[in-house]
Design a protein around this ligand. Structure first.
Ligand code: ZN
Length: 134
């Protein structure tokens, strides 16, 4: 694990939350992106070395839609940058953690991502992300 990369926040309405976070953070969202693999629209903000990722569901069956239905809006996951996602996944599985996805998926922001099941991480959904090589 190299560093905390970003914090993902589930929101109901991206077009309302973007100006809210622009006002809060005093900076503009630098990127908006649709992520097909997770059925979400995302918006990114840079805060120093870290990012805030807002996530809005585009499908009532998506993970984000279900999260909001159950828990309401709020912090959804914490993401750590890794240099070799497959090696790190193997290390974590060997240590007893459970992956939500067995192989890395195409995530937002040109990343390969995987998630650890929150049942083994004190209820915190953890994402690993690795920059995709061009
Ligand atoms: Zn994320």
């Amino acid at each position: 694990m190299q560093k905390l990369e970003h914090i993902g926040i589930a929101v109901k309405n991206l077009s309302q939350s973007i100006p809210l976070f622009e006002s809060l953070l005093n900076t503009s969202s630098y990127k908006e992106e649709f992520v097909e693999s997770e059925a979400v629209r995302t918006a990114f903000f840079a805060v120093g070395d870290h990012k805030i990722e807002l996530l809005e569901s585009t499908d009532p069956e998506s993970v984000i839609a279900k999260f909001i239905a159950k828990k309401g809006e709020g912090i959804h996951h914490i993401a750590f940058a890794v240099t070799d996602i497959e090696t790190e996944m193997k290390r974590l599985v060997a240590a007893g953690f459970v992956m939500v996805n067995d192989i890395p998926l195409a995530g937002a922001d040109n990343k390969l991502v995987c998630f650890l099941h929150p049942k083994n991480t004190n209820g915190v959904l953890i994402e690993l992300c690795m920059e995709r090589k061009a």
